[in-house]
Design a protein around this ligand. Structure first.
Ligand code: XMP
Length: 505
């Protein structure tokens, strides 16, 4: 196992993910984990970056035992306080890395098969001001004289850049060199193995009589989780679809067809759309909207006699929402994690089951295929729990929901027609409620602004706007202003993540 210790970087879990893509067993734990508490000895340890300056009061520090681990092959090194200074400029984005090979065999193994020069992704404010004792520089970049350092004799390395993000050219190869080449990990972790283990774990947890309730949305995560439960405990699994009034056009009917007919799952549909829309009135703040939807959602499941509650929580959700307990900075409270499990478990005595908790999105898709779910469903773009409520900036009203739905439907159908759906990771149309002036048929109009968003990403942690042909955008714009009443402008959001997020709220 390679153990990654998380200091709260938004990218930490990508390290684990890359290693799993290489079929290497890997685990991520908080940076304060004591090595003595582990029931295994990791072959390698990676320390992530994080939002704290190491010299700040209250900044988390690693168990010193990490550096003493017998046989440990690499540590992405955190310098001692006096070696770290605040950078004059934050360094953020692409940088050219030059590896200084040839001095040390163990350093050459880290850069094995890589060009001397490569583009890497930087994201830091502080930097090293001096080399710690026993270390030397093994790579430099445009702005960092210590872009990578290594201990002269021990297998300890420190990287200023992020090999785990896809923007770092050959970053995965570098992690492989570390995990396989240096730490000698086997590449034998597979999805079929995960499935068997998870089914056994669920049966054990639920027992022979236990019943499980699971909310489904039609998204990949809840669908795969539901199918997994069906495989594990058959009809003792009950799926519920809550129509919260902020689902996409015709979504409810489609989900019902998919789950009942295609997957043979016990499904009940609860229409709570009126209640939801009523409660959303007057809420402008994104976090308030998210919390309301999460809370309301729980209330709609009240009174059940079932002992377990299924959540399709994924690894990135866990990391992004951990902030109130660990060092990660809160970005936004995701509906399927923020507050929901606690209220479900404490408030209603339900025990939580999260079979996808350790998986990334494309691992979930692979699990879906392994479970026999059809390709179109497996490849659906993700849709957030709070639905189009987070795609309507500010207050949600029935009119804005109608506009968002219609515009979104046009955008997605055009994307499908153009054969672009599978090239895009997520796309939607959002409503900007500040209105703009336009002219239609010689008349002045004053209407909402539609924001189209389409991104490509492999992990939903970093993303780029999709590069549409101009004619495509024009066609979508034309259809939206002509077919959706109340809209007079269409814009395309080209912001990457970071600094933007994928959803607008
Ligand atoms: P952001 O906006 O954080 O989105 O860049 C990353 C991914 O997460 C989805 N998302 C959510 N999914 N409940 C969900 O189930 C939520 O509250 C939520 N917020 C964002 C988003 O659609 C994207 O795929």
């Amino acid at each position: 196992t390679i153990l990654t210790l998380d200091f709260g970087s938004q990218y930490t879990h990508l390290i684990t993910r890359r290693l799993r893509e290489l079929n290497i067993l890997s685990e991520m734990l908080p940076c304060t984990t004591k090595i003595a508490d582990l029931d295994y000895k990791p072959k390698g340890v990676i320390l992530s970056g994080g939002p704290y300056s190491v010299y700040e009061d209250g900044a988390p520090h690693v168990d010193p035992a990490v550096f003493e681990l017998d046989g440990m092959q690499e540590i992405a090194w955190r310098a001692s306080p006096e070696n770290v200074i605040a950078g004059v400029h934050r360094e953020y984005g692409h940088s050219n890395l030059k590896a200084l090979k040839g001095d040390d065999a163990h350093v050459d193994r880290l850069f094995d098969g890589l060009e001397d020069s490569m583009r890497v992704w930087m994201s830091h404010g502080d930097k090293l001001g001096a080399l710690p004792e026993g270390f030397h520089t093994v790579a430099v970049s445009d702005n960092s004289e210590y872009a990578a350092i290594a201990h002269k004799t021990k297998p300890i390395y420190g990287l200023q850049f992020h090999p785990e993000v896809t923007h770092s050219q050959n970053g995965t190869q570098l992690l492989k060199n570390f995990a396989v080449g240096i730490c000698e990990c086997a590449q034998n972790w597979t999805m079929a193995r995960f499935l068997d283990q998870e089914i056994a774990r669920i049966r054990d947890l639920v027992g022979p009589e236990g019943q499980v309730l699971g909310a489904v949305s039609g998204g990949v995560d809840s669908t795969v989780a539901a199918k997994l439960m069906k495989e594990a405990i058959g009809d003792r699994f009950w799926a519920v679809l809550v129509n919260n009034g902020v689902m996409r056009l015709d979504e409810c009917e489609q989900v019902e067809r998919d789950l009942k007919q295609h997957l043979g799952i016990n499904l009940t549909v609860i229409d709570a759309s009126k209640d939801f829309l009523e409660g959303l009135k007057g809420l402008h703040d994104p976090e308030q909207k998210r919390k309301f939807i999460g809370g309301k959602f729980i209330d709609s499941g009240k009174g059940t006699k079932i002992g377990f509650f299924l959540q399709g929580t994924l690894y990135p959700d866990v990391i992004e929402s951990l902030s109130f307990k660990g060092p990660s900075a809160t970005i936004k409270t995701h509906h399927n994690v923020g507050g929901l499990p606690e209220r479900m478990t404490n408030g209603q005595g339900l025990q939580l089951i999260e079979p996808l908790r350790s998986l990334y999105k494309d691992e979930v898709r692979e699990l879906g295929r392994t479970l026999g779910i059809h390709e179109e469903l497996v490849m659906r773009h993700p849709f957030p729990g709070p639905g189009i409520a987070v795609r309507i900036l500010g207050e949600v009203t029935e009119e804005k929901v109608r506009i968002a739905r219609q515009a979104d439907h046009i955008f997605i159908s055009e994307i499908r027609k153009a054969g672009l759906y599978d090239q895009i990771s997520q796309a939607y149309a959002a409503v900007d409620p500040s209105r703009a002036v336009g002219v239609m048929g010689d008349k002045r109009v004053y209407g909402y602004i539609i924001i189209l968003r389409a991104v490509t990403t492999t992990d939903f942690m970093t993303a780029e706007a999709f590069n549409f042909p101009w004619e495509f955008l024009q066609r979508v714009m034309n259809r939206i202003v002509n077919e959706v009443n109340g809209v007079c402008r269409v814009t395309y959001d080209i912001t990457s993540k970071p600094p933007g997020t994928i959803e607008l709220e």
